[in-house]
Design a protein around this ligand. Structure first.
Ligand SMILES: [Zn+2]
Length: 386
């Protein structure tokens, strides 16, 4: 099975599925292999028609079952000093080099190689495959796939996201919500501040409000939170505005993010900010200039994966890998999106996140072997427990 997986991985690495480019050739390849194994496969194009999600099913089309999920896209190689061709799989010294080997085509290759085995062993519960686009740019594809699953009434019970965790079980990560807030004021001469609306001044007050919320969030940390730090954080990453000393600043802009440990914190921050703008800042700005505006642009909202006491995915993967215990990680994945629509989810896949996104990205062969061992046990489990 290892040789077969390597062959498939070589094919997958040769598809240069950088997030900005099409993934359709890779999706067609995955679809034909799953169909050859007997799966029912649907491909869902995005609105540009250049990218697609794939959803495949082995076994009966009923509720429940397990979903194996991975993203097709990879980060760019531009300006990275690669020693080998990043879009050609190079095997050297027990390492498999290539863009996407660990993040996360190795896992996808292993599931495709195993598909014929799964097909033989699947019984009364389905085994699903989800391969998505645009994970690296904010989990866009998985968000659309989740909508599709809801529309079609497809309800897997458990999802395993094969992001690189060195085959450890990961049961939680924070969300990552990024925003740019624009302030539109009114220009004027610096000598007469009351006749203009100074966007920088309003932006400063907005930042002050963000800092107050940042403090308030500390006391909202869930009891026994294992996150580091345990609460939802806010960071103001960039502040731009104004022109010169003696002109009232007409525009300002803030780039900021929050990393929620629970969905209620994100709602609290959004609602507090909205209220502050509606009740305090905007009325003041509009008294002088009725067209004054504060606009917040959502750059990305990757949902967190909230650790849960009851998690069938954790139980199953622990059984398959022999792991005892599950970790939290600082990086985001598509897992939270699947959790939000009702699945029990863990992240568990071959390779180390330390090698992801870098020049000379690699996956160790022994990690791939461990992944195949897990999938082999999964096949046996399908046969025994459905
Ligand atoms: Zn990834």
């Amino acid at each position: 099975m290892f040789a077969r997986t390597l062959e498939i991985l070589g094919d997958l690495i040769a598809f240069p599925t950088v997030s900005t480019d099409s993934n359709l050739e890779m999706i067609a390849y995955l679809a034909s292999h799953l169909e050859a194994a007997g799966a029912k496969v649907d491909v869902f194009l995005d609105e540009t028609g250049r990218k697609a999600n794939l959803f495949g099913t082995l076994g009966p089309e009923v509720d429940g079952g397990i979903l194996l999920s991975g993203h097709c896209d990879v980060v760019p190689v531009t300006d990275q000093p690669w020693a080998t061709d990043p879009f050609k799989l190079t095997v050297h010294d027990g390492r498999l080099y290539g863009r996407g080997t660990c993040d996360m085509k190795g896992f996808i290759a292993a599931t495709i190689a195993m598909a014929p085995v799964f097909a033989r062993k699947v019984r009364d519960r389905p085994l699903h495959f989800a391969f998505t686009y645009d994970e690296e740019t904010g989990c866009i594809g998985a968000g659309h796939l989740a909508e599709t699953l809801i529309e079609r009434g497809i309800r897997p019970n458990v999802a395993i996201i094969g992001e690189p965790t060195e085959m450890r079980i990961v049961e939680g990560h924070k969300g990552c919500y990024e925003y740019t807030t624009h302030f539109h004021g009114l220009e004027g001469h610096g000598s007469d501040p009351d006749r203009g609306v100074n966007a920088v001044e309003y932006a400063v007050r907005y930042v002050t409000q963000l800092l107050e919320l940042k403090n308030a969030l500390r006391s909202k940390a869930p009891a026994n939170s294992r996150f580091e730090p345990p609460w939802t954080t806010i960071n103001v990453g960039a502040f731009n505005g104004g022109q010169v000393h003696n002109v009232i600043a007409p525009k300002a802009q803030i780039d900021w993010e929050m990393r929620p440990v629970q969905a209620s914190d994100a709602a609290f921050v959004k609602q507090s900010l909205q209220q502050y703008c509606d009740d305090v800042l905007l009325p003041e700005m509009r008294r002088v200039f009725p067209q004054a505006k504060i606009e917040t642009q959502t750059m990305g909202e990757v949902d967190g994966l909230e650790p849960a006491d009851d998690n069938a995915a954790r139980q199953i993967v622990a059984e398959l890998t022999g792991a005892n215990g599950a970790d939290l990680v600082p990086f985001g994945t598509e897992a939270g999106i699947f959790q939000k629509i009702g699945m029990d989810v863990v992240v568990c896949g071959p390779g180390s996140i330390a090698q992801a996104h870098k020049a000379d990205e690699y996956l160790s062969s022994d990690q791939l072997v461990k992944c195949l061992e897990m999938l082999d046990k999964l096949a046996d489990r399908l046969e025994k427990k459905g």
